[in-house]
Design a protein around this ligand. Structure first.
Ligand code: SF4
Length: 243
């Protein structure tokens, strides 16, 4: 049940529906995908310590030996949140649902609502812990950005996730084919039309380049024909040099 945690810290949520809210982040090791724009070193076993910010906003980073129990992780979340009211605990990765049992065991010890930031492919794992989470930030991965298409996995995931406060994010690059963005938009419209869709221009990394304003406007226009809630939001924490 103990897991390797990469880091626990307090910062401003830089992405998605709750952009700008103060949250604690807990980042778990490991991922089941390989995205071209991935900027997270989440390889399993590469983190002998969990780096914890002791006191919200202090940048006082202290290593705690991994692996860590769910109860101890909840205590470390309180340490990271100390002194500042927070809106939520965001559990991210890597892919947090590789650790569904850990999330389930952690939840009773955490005061804050729990949000998941997930790649939206592990629907069976989501079932194991969905009753413990208040919100889900789900990615749709375009085939051009990953090693293989995961459309079917996304549909099965969103069918389950839509029973919660779920918003869907598509990271788009200059290289993103219109046909793939269109398929992703239709997937959301057919499966969970009430969900908010966020088009997130990629932060250039790993050879990806950011889309043009014309591309973003055209993709949003396409999405707005099928969905009521469509926003274009970049990674704002990068602009502010926040954690
Ligand atoms: S799903 Fe997220 S953590 Fe996993 S490879 Fe893609 S960007 Fe990285």
């Amino acid at each position: 049940m103990n897991e390797n945690i990469i880091e626990i810290f307090s910062t401003v949520q830089g992405e998605g529906k709750y952009v700008g809210c103060r949250q604690v982040f807990l980042r778990l090791e490991g991922c089941n995908l390989h995205c071209s724009y991935c900027d997270t070193d989440s390889a399993v076993g590469m983190h002998p310590d969990c780096v914890v910010e002791e006191g919200a906003g202090t940048y006082h980073l202290v290593p705690y030996p991994n692996p860590i129990s769910p109860q101890r992780a909840a205590e470390l979340v309180e340490i990271a949140a100390a002194g500042v009211p927070h809106q939520a605990l965001s559990i991210t990765g890597g892919e947090p649902l590789l650790h569904a049992a850990f999330i389930r065991a952690l939840a009773p010890h955490v005061q804050l609502p729990i949000y998941l930031e997930t790649n939206g492919t592990l629907h069976e794992e989501l079932k194991k812990c969905i009753d413990c989470v208040a919100g889900i930030s789900m990615d749709i991965k375009l085939p051009s950005a990953t090693t293989h298409p995961v459309w079917d996995a996304h549909v099965r995931f969103l069918e389950i996730a839509k029973t919660k406060d779920t918003w869907v994010k598509i990271v788009v690059a200059a290289e993103s084919p219109d046909s793939e963005v269109d398929t992703a938009i239709r997937l959301v419209a057919d499966t969970a039309p009430e969900s908010m869709l966020i088009l997130q221009p990629v932060t250039p990394y790993g050879g990806c380049t950011k889309p043009s304003p014309e591309q973003l406007l055209a993709w949003q226009e396409n999405a707005l024909r099928r969905l009521a809630h469509v926003r274009v939001i970049p990674q704002t924490h990068r602009m502010m040099d926040m954690l």
